[in-house]
Design a protein around this ligand. Structure first.
Ligand SMILES: [Cu+2]
Length: 68
């Protein structure tokens, strides 16, 4: 397992946090997600054999947020 922190732009409320949480948890290979509204950050634990940072970033962007 690997852990990555992604800085996210565009989250304004707990609904946004839930959206980001959901898309990340639906991504194959993701084992754990923690999204912080205060820090505008998602911490993701993933299996590098099944997921990669580009896929995680794409999932967040597809949900309507920017990864910076
Ligand atoms: Cu929101």
């Amino acid at each position: 397992m690997e852990t990555i922190q992604l800085n996210i732009k565009g989250m304004t409320c707990n609904g946004c946090v839930s959206s980001v949480n959901n898309v990340l948890q639906k991504t194959p290979g993701v084992a754990g997600v923690d999204v912080s509204l205060e820090q505008n950050r998602a911490t993701v634990v993933y299996n590098p054999k099944q997921a990669n940072p580009a896929q995680l970033k794409a999932a967040i962007e597809d949900a309507g947020y920017d990864v910076i």
